[in-house]
Design a protein around this ligand. Sequence first.
Ligand SMILES: Cc1cc2nc3c(=O)[nH]c(=O)nc-3n(C[C@H](O)[C@H](O)[C@H](O)COP(=O)(O)OP(=O)(O)OC[C@H]3O[C@@H](n4cnc5c(N)ncnc54)[C@H](O)[C@@H]3O)c2cc1C
Length: 398
Amino acid sequence: MTGAPLSIVIVGAGIAGCSAAIALTQAGHHVRVIERQDAWRFQSSGIFVYSNGLRALEDLGVLPDILTAGFAIPDGVNAYFDHHGVPIVETRYPTARGGRIPAILGIKRAELHRILSARMLALGVAVALGVEVTGLAQDAIKATVTTSTGAQLNADLVIGADGVRSWVRGQIAPAVTPRYTGFGVWRSVHRRPPGLTRKIMMMGPAKRYGIMPISDDLLYTFGTVAHPAGDYIRPDDWPTRMRAAFAEFAAPIAPFRDQIGADSEVLFTAVEDVVMPLPWHAGRVLLIGDAAHASTPFMGQGGAMAMQDAVILPRALHAAPDLPGALALFGDLRAPVCRFVQEASRAVGEAGGREDVTDLRARNAALARTAQGAVDGFYDKLNALNAVAEARLGALGA
Ligand SMILES: Cc1cc2nc3c(=O)[nH]c(=O)nc-3n(C[C@H](O)[C@H](O)[C@H](O)COP(=O)(O)OP(=O)(O)OC[C@H]3O[C@@H](n4cnc5c(N)ncnc54)[C@H](O)[C@@H]3O)c2cc1C
């Protein structure tokens, strides 16, 4: 397919959709995006982007803006405390591209989307907001997306980047449904005291509660707890419930918890993941991002996986002789990486949920011994899997 520009419709303008629109347009394809939200209104709170995600953002041409809007943690330090505030251990995440790319950055989600959407629009991508996909058909020469405005968009390729509850996935793989993970995640945004520049993780009894700077003046806190399926919490109750969920935690996080009031930016998410076997495509329709491989958030990697999908896809299109070959190659390259992240993240969450809360001293001692090794082991394996994909693309001339 070398050099053949495709007409592509992307459904969903989240991290995956925006990133893919940028990468595919940079590679010369003609991209249109439809997004059901009628404005760029993205969830509050922050997001971590580790060095592998920052590398992808550099390839998308937005890294300088991301570094300006977000907050890179000096030395990539993650400081662990117990829930009484007693230090346990410090770990460091790896940098990338010879140390030029920071180990970890926090950024407000709305800022990440502002930067991605601005880049996409600057590249001339046609984006229709407030438009939902309502129909999908395909034949040997084209796919056709019908939208909520009644329009029919013909394309060589349709990409479902429509998130964990993907409508597009429902059309091509209806048996694959999100799994509830048993975890709830609480998040809140606060003013950042100038001296708070590290990522902090406090280890509670089968609970985690952390702090991440996300800009020069803001930080966000994030906390995970076991949460029974079907226990709906009304958004009005989120501030009170978040304070109660982490009542036993001391400084350094307690002052932020105690600031939470009715007007605070608080968000609760009952977490689902998606484990979809290959293929991630059917004919001319491909799934990327959470639609194909939503992960629990314990490794902070779901967004980075979506960005990496975006960067790899045009290279797979370039490398393979035809569209079916390219979409199969994309899945072969990405599935091992995404599966590894999903399994590692799920294991961390389950270990936290299972821990013996009567012996937190032993847990903390084990954490002090093993934490850096676990970080190194995770990133070594992630880098090795990415290197396998790179080698395969390199051998194919992409
Ligand atoms: C609690 C929590 C914390 C997390 N923290 C991190 C972190 O720190 N770092 C990290 O890298 N990842 C993190 N993640 C994961 C990350 O948020 C996701 O992997 C990422 O947002 C997925 O992006 P996406 O574009 O695939 O999906 P989404 O962000 O869900 O975007 C899908 C888009 O499609 C649109 N859409 C849906 N249906 C239709 C339709 N029918 N027609 C048109 N448009 C449609 C939606 O409106 C939306 O804009 C976290 C996830 C959770 C749940």
